[in-house]
Design a protein around this ligand. Structure first.
Ligand code: COA
Ligand code: AMP
Length: 632
């Protein structure tokens, strides 16, 4: 007999209009949709065309109207500054409405873009919601990116205003944001007339007269403004993510479909009830932060925890347990790397003895492959179900998960379980045919994808089609490779492109290669991801130098490390580059990065039949061994 999950999953595909229109009843609309889905111009599919709504209204105002005004909306807990602040839904409504007023006073209206360059402080969520309130489109840029990356995003999004903080705080150092904003603006082709600056006492900025406005001043001077109805299909935000080149992809998220999918996920995937405390320990600069620190918990009427700290070192590996016990967290969501960091510092979980984490019902992990060791450790020490789930910036919510709010399926280590309702996941061979169960292939989603998935890339419809839809007609290509077993469990094993995953952060090796090749002594280069016990993967560069270069190899390696940090940012964690004589290639000139990665990780590999000169592989192995890789 089919279980409850099977029934719901089947219905989501055979009666998707019925399924999603029922889910959409949980959202307040100012105008109902004409159609549930318009797929007449696939792959540019539109969910809920004709409908009007406001995401901020659904995330904030309606809870106040429904009597949740005094409930906590945001708990800001910042061990890195020693500060805490609790904001109720009523207070949040007031702050967001005034922030929207401040943005409007600076000329921001529906459809305008606003770049948000802020750390993990509550004002970041306020600014995002204020944009949503006005129908403006926010684009949050992660604090660990360099000015050049911020400039690329400014040039592409062409914002009317920037909202920034004076600084971000990392263990042991303060990062002043305004010099980064200044440099980005000087590099960008698009001038931005207004910057709102949140002054943090840890390092206030000097404001530029005429351009910069103090957050407190503009908030004090502005009137509260009401929610502006937008089309369900209008963009809520653009979130830039790594593509295969240095040019990031501007993933667009709509308003209506996004709300429907996120609200649905809170009960059915996360098994969370309104009023409970939900904590995604990520960063608002990433998709997990957008969806599960800000939008989903608030749409569901939960209390969300905004954590400014690290899993270890702020002050120790017990901080997660402190937060769970102090704020009565029922659901925790983070990346496996956070747990690997905790496990490394406190292998026996001794610090758990200092706290009562009885409120915790479930741990969700995503962002990278969950290794069985980390899964086992978390299960043994937390004594709650540990759920691996797989998703991407492009989807905005899980593609595969154990939907424990519907029915908890058995956990298979190494698998994020089965496709979530709405997603028709198939594993395809290069000709676009489904592979037999158990065989590896490209993990794809049959179109149409469910609500919340990207309708296009910002200003780049053609790139949207070429990046995701061109390889397999009628399917979205996820960029991940893996297999499905006989029970429909999905195993996500590797990327099929030049993306690597460092501490749950998605990075492009192609973008790093672009930086390396700019060094005057470098003739050719390659960047690969090598296995790392803590961060999952770390980037490693290979440099072939121009003939006649007399500079010291180590000095050139140090130069390129510095260049990547300056041009992409510290988050790239690019710390080593090895000088080699030649790079292994196919006869058609393609660099064999996968084979190099296998050698570096000391894994078995098959010598590619198309290799040009097999002797180069031994040279690479020798170079890797002398640099401490390849199982030396
Ligand atoms: N602003 C500026 N710099 C930042 C930054 C930010 N918001 N976030 C990270 N960085 C810097 C770090 O300071 C570090 O710089 P360093 O090279 O000078 O040390 C570098 O970027 C790499 O940071 P990170 O990947 O965080 O590594 P770490 O060694 O500082 O910490 C972990 C390791 C595992 C503790 C950390 O990666 C972590 O907490 N991961 C959680 C995973 C997560 O949140 N993933 C998001 C997707 S769910
Ligand atoms: P991002 O767009 O930054 O969220 O990164 C998405 C990528 O992270 C996916 O395409 C995968 O490569 C990887 N990823 C995310 N979650 C998982 C998971 N549970 N298991 C394996 N890989 C994952």
């Amino acid at each position: 007999m089919a279980g409850e999950f099977d029934e719901i999953y089947q219905r989501s595909l055979t009666d998707s209009a019925g399924f999603w229109s029922e889910a959409a009843e949980a959202i307040d609309w100012s105008r109902k949709w004409d159609d549930v889905l318009d797929d007449s111009n696939s792959p540019f599919n539109k969910w809920f065309p004709g409908a009007e709504c406001n995401t901020c209204y659904n995330a904030v105002d309606r809870h106040v109207e429904a009597g949740r005004g005094d409930q906590n909306a945001i708990i800001y807990d910042s061990p890195i500054t020693g500060k805490q602040r609790i904001i109720t839904y009523r207070e949040l409504q007031d702050e967001v409405a005034r922030c929207a007023g401040a943005l409007r006073n600076l000329g921001v209206e529906k459809g305008d873009r606003v770049i948000i360059y802020m750390p993990m402080v509550p004002q970041t969520a306020v600014a995002m919601l204020a944009c949503a309130r006005l129908g403006a489109i926010h684009s949050v840029v992660f604090g660990g990116f360099a000015p050049n990356e911020l400039a690329t995003r400014i040039s592409d999004a062409r914002p009317k205003a920037i909202v920034a903080a004076s600084c971000g705080i990392e263990p042991g150092r303060i990062i002043d944001y305004m010099p980064i904003v200044d440099e980005a603006l000087s590099l960008s082709s698009h001038p931005v007339p207004n910057v709102i600056v949140l002054q943090r006492e840890e390092s206030p900025a000097e404001l530029k007269a005429g351009r910069d406005h103090d957050w407190e001043d503009v908030m004090g001077a502005s009137d509260a403004v009401d929610c502006v109805p937008v089309k369900a299909t209008d963009p809520l935000y653009i979130l830039y993510t790594s593509g295969t080149t240095g040019e990031p992809k501007g993933v667009v998220r709509d308003n209506g479909g996004h709300m429907v999918a996120l609200k649905w996920s809170m009960k059915n995937i996360y098994d969370t009830e309104p009023g409970e405390v939900y904590w995604a320990a990520s960063d608002v600069g990433w998709v997990v932060g957008h969806s599960y620190i800000v939008y989903a918990p608030l749409l569901h009427g939960c209390t969300t925890v905004l954590f400014e700290g690290k899993p270890v070192g702020t002050p120790d590996a017990g901080v997660f347990w402190r937060i769970i016990s102090e704020h009565k967290v029922s659901t925790l969501f983070t990346a496996p790397t956070a747990f690997r960091a905790i496990k490394r510092e406190d292998p026996d979980g001794k610090l758990l003895n200092d706290y009562d984490i009885g409120s915790l019902r479930t741990l969700f992990l995503a962002g990278e492959r969950l290794d069985p060791d980390t899964l086992g450790w978390a299960e043994a020490h937390l004594k709650v179900p540990v759920i691996d789930h797989w998703w991407q910036t492009e989807s905005g919510w899980p593609i595969a998960s154990n939907c424990i709010g519907i029915e908890k399926l058995p956990v298979k280590p190494g698998s994020p379980t089965r496709a979530v309702p709405g997603y028709d996941v198939r594993v395809l061979d290069p000709s676009g045919n489904e592979v037999p169960r158990g065989d590896m292939g490209a993990i794809c989603i049959k179109l149409p994808m469910p609500p919340s998935c990207l309708p296009t890339l910002w200003n780049a419809d053609q790139r949207f089609v070429e990046s995701y839809m061109a390889e397999f007609s009628g399917y979205y290509e996820s960029g991940d490779a893996g297999y499905m077993d006989d029970d429909g469990y999905i195993f996500v094993m590797a990327r099929t492109d030049d993306i690597i995953n460092v501490a749950g952060h998605r990075l492009s090796t192609g973008a790093m290669e672009e930086v390396l090749s700019d060094h005057p002594d470098v003739a050719e280069c390659a960047v690969i991801g090598v296995d790392d016990k803590l961060k999952g993967q770390l980037p490693l560069g290979f440099l072939v130098l121009n003939a006649g270069v007399t500079n010291d190899n180590d000095a050139i390696s140090r130069d390129v490390v510095k260049m990547v940090r300056e041009r992409i940012g510290p988050v790239a964690a690019f710390k080593s580059a090895i000088v080699v004589d030649r790079l292994p290639k196919t006869r058609s000139g393609k660099i064999l990065r996968g084979t190099m990665a296998s050698i570096a990780d000391n894994k078995e590999y098959k010598q590619p039949a198309t290799i040009d000169d097999p002797a180069i592989l031994s040279e690479i192995e020798v170079a890797l061994k002398s640099a401490g890789y390849a199982g030396k």
